[in-house]
Design a protein around this ligand. Sequence first.
Ligand code: TXA
Ligand code: MG
Length: 325
Amino acid sequence: MAARIIDIATDRDAAVTEACRVLAEGFPVAIPTETVYGLAADATNPVAVTRIYETKGRPRFNPLICHMSDLEMAERYAVFDPISRQLAEAFWPGPLTLVLPLRQGCGIHALATAGLDSVGIRVPKGFSAELIAAFGKPLAAPSANTSGKVSPTSARHVADDLGEKLRLILDGASAGVGVESTIIRVEGERLRLLRPGGLAAEDIEALTGRMVERQDGPAPAIEAPGMMASHYAPGAAVRLNAAAAEPGEALIRFAGMPLSATKAHAIFDLSPSGDLAEAAANLFDTLKRADATGAASIAVAPIPDHGLGEAINDRLFRAAAPREG
Ligand code: TXA
Ligand code: MG
């Protein structure tokens, strides 16, 4: 049976009521967030959390991000240090996840945290925060896609991939940010970037006056399971930093570059004006569309590595990495 899709722009009340009903029954619901669409389930219910992994076809249990309605709710589930609280106050609701010590006995199930004594928490912007407030419990939510595939930025993406496996998809139009949240862990005086994402590390540095420590090497060393290199992979091979398209390749440009595209099978541009936020918003949809042209290979232009470019390059690097089994 195909999932019911409710458009929150036209039927907000029904979206909240129906989602709360399905969540309370222990089933996942696809929800729009400003980063990517999430596959959300009651973080305190082990059966519901298990269904997230089952629906995604995830081979193993990874710690999931637990979504809260606001900082006050988050404080009931995690212990905040002063720097983390400063970040939360400045950037929530928004594309920032904080890894914090789990409050013992708070009710988040060990299946959602992969048994760790820490928890990744974020407050999403817009409709989902409202839904969480109505539901009254945190929602564990990874991106709403089959494991290893590109993350969804529209309800259509979710329906095409998981429509047959889900009861309910909430349609909240396109995810404005387009890449997953930035994940930060504060350790004493140190701020560690566990995953670059929709909040630029420079913005965190400007607020705190502290340097954000990147992981070593071109691919971040994986702090927690679930960030395998081959995540975010389209079907076609992906070739990075392309100076030109080879015959038959789909070409993804940035700011009109590279110009030499005469041999390309199809041409896309993440942002003709060279705006990195626009490029992030278009990234996953463009990868899907380039893949759908049937080209065996996708050539991608060099992308500047500052601001949101850091998250874009991280996802592109993963898309181009050798595939897991
Ligand atoms: O934008 C996003 O963050 C999206 C939307 C749906 O909110 N969510 C998302 O969730 O990407 P998820 O569950 O796929 O992210 C899980 C990642 C893990 O792979 C790990 O890197 C990190 O979050 N994480 C979660 N809990 C952690 C913990 N306790 N310690 C370290 N890393 C953790
Ligand atoms: Mg994902």
